[in-house]
Design a protein around this ligand. Sequence first.
Ligand code: G3P
Length: 216
Amino acid sequence: MRFFIDTANVDEIRKANDMGVICGVTTNPSLIAKEGRDYKETIQEIATIVDGPISGEVKPTTLDYEGMIKEAREIAAIHPNMVVKIPLTADGLKACHQCAKEGIKTNLTLVFSASQALLAARAGATYVSPFIGRLDDISEDGLELIRTIADMFSVNGIDSQIICASIRSPYHVMQCALAGADIATVPYKVIMQMVHHPLTDQGIEKFQNDYKKVFG
Ligand code: G3P
């Protein structure tokens, strides 16, 4: 399983990229709005940091096919690494299908069921993004959805890649890897939670103390 970072914050992207652990970026309208910067300028800066797929979403107010495909073409033109993020709706599937015909890569987002994931794959989605945390929030099992989609794609020989989204903890990340997901898109905070372990910190402190006692 590979890692993308789920943020539009360029400092976080730079730090995660410098550690060598990420190979792509996902953004969404909420993450872009949080940064309060120009959309195109933000995406262009991200593309200078990470040489890998960068998901940029169509506007949340654009719900019709014509609007989505127009924006998809504009997003794809920003940089060769762009992937157009499209919500899983009937118009979104139609836009996904047209993008596939035009060679534009897509990430079908707001996926909450295996049947939605299957439709996305059949419409030609490059990536499908099931949201784990938001299912957990309503007392459903987000990780079980990842297991189901991974099995279903494997049994049916489907090429669309699974991006586990709405990840809230290192536990989510590990379970996604065990379930056979292709990618986890992880917030910077969770990446750092994965880095740290109290025994590592204690170990460094002990080595320092032992070393200093003898060598000063
Ligand atoms: O990028 C989509 C997804 O990862 C959002 O996560 O935490 O807002 O449910 P969250």
